[in-house]
Design a protein around this ligand. Structure first.
Ligand code: XXG
Ligand code: FE2
Ligand code: CA
Length: 334
């Protein structure tokens, strides 16, 4: 039997995080990062950046344990939702179909799966539209987040993650590899940027971070300055800096529940059909910080647990290859 065709994924669209204190989460994501509240109810906040014309790119849901409820990809047509369902049923994975009203507010027909890497992943096409805020400069505040850019996932088997996302039609913009081409990390895309999803070697399935984009690098610096000015510097984990991989300017923060978010800007176009993968040696100290600054150990080790389709935490598997154990110059840990 031939494999059913993969759904046509447009982009990484939104994530739903479980937070234990919605007021604290609102302070962090809305007041400090500048996400706009599109809709809220007693237990959830639906947020989006200034460039986003769809209902939300982040849902914060109140719950007992801080976790990832699901990541979600938008697909090109309503038929692609059916394709996603068939694709994952054929793989023998858990699948749940949700009509409008049964799943996330604002989202229409959707399918949720536990993918072969163990992550809760949704595919949808239909979503409510939202007002353009790009030039509502009067409303922009804090980090002035423009849009969701990527999901970064911790998984023990990077080659398996790469193969699965290849089968979903993703391209690969960059990798980190060992001397024998062992794959330590990979960045993969559908939209025409460096990535929609990337993999960090480590115990998984766990969410490593959400990458959210600003227009300009000064907004990354401004974010760090605001946290410093309010003596809230403990929320800054790594950076600001320039990545080797992707060339993006970045800072990583941890929200009040420990969920990691990267403020990310200035990567590059990958849309040509013959775009080639750029391969970094794991021994190149510039790969994760172009200026060779060491990566803090918590960045490699800590991540958010994920839930199954019934909202129960999923167990994690240990790493096969652990990049943080590689002893190299400025980035040497272990
Ligand atoms: O988005 C990213 C990252 O995955 O967060 C990390 C781009 C580059 C890097 S790295 O630390 O490898 O430079
Ligand atoms: Fe990232
Ligand atoms: Ca810190």
């Amino acid at each position: 039997m031939t494999n059913p065709p993969a759904p046509d994924v447009v982009r990484s669209a939104y994530a739903q995080l479980v937070v234990t204190d919605l007021a604290k989460a609102r302070w962090f994501w809305v007041e400090m990062l500048g996400f706009h509240v599109q809709y809220e109810d007693a237990d959830s906040l639906y947020l989006r950046g200034t460039d986003e014309l769809t209902h939300h790119s982040l849902v914060l849901r109140r719950g007992e344990i801080a976790a990832l409820d699901h990541i979600s990809y938008r697909v090109r047509t309503p038929e692609d939702v059916d394709k996603a369902e068939k694709f994952f049923r054929r793989l023998g994975r858990p699948v749940k179909r949700l009509k409008r009203g049964e799943g996330t507010h604002g989202v229409g027909d959707a399918v949720r799966v536990i993918d072969p890497l163990g992550f809760p992943v949704e595919f949808f096409h239909d979503i409510d539209r939202a007002e353009r805020l790009i030039q509502r400069y009067d409303l922009h505040r804090g980090a002035q987040i423009a849009r969701m850019d990527h999901f970064n996932l911790c998984t023990p088997d990077i080659p398996a993650a790469y193969t699965h996302y290849k089968s979903l039609g993703f391209g690969c913009s960059e990798t980190i590899e060992g001397d024998e081409h062992e794959l330590y990390a990979a960045w993969m895309y559908r939209k025409q940027t460096v990535h929609d999803v990337a993999f960090t070697g480590g115990a998984g399935p766990r969410l490593h971070h959400l990458g959210v984009a600003t227009h300009e690098s000064h907004q990354v610096l401004r974010t760090a300055d605001i946290f410093g000015a309010l003596h809230e510097e403990k929320y800054i984990e790594r950076g600001p800096g320039r990545h080797g991989v992707s060339n993006a300017f970045y800072v990583y923060l941890r929200d009040p529940d420990g969920h990691r978010v990267e403020i990310y800007t200035s990567d590059y176009y990958t849309g040509d059909p013959d775009h080639e993968t750029y391969r970094w040696s794991v021994h190149d100290d510039r790969r994760r910080d172009f200026w060779g600054n060491a990566v803090i150990e918590s960045w490699y080790k800590e991540a958010t647990p994920v839930l199954d389709l019934d909202g129960r935490p999923l167990p994690v598997d240990d790493a096969l290859l652990d990049e943080s154990a590689v002893q190299v110059g400025a980035d040497g840990l272990g």
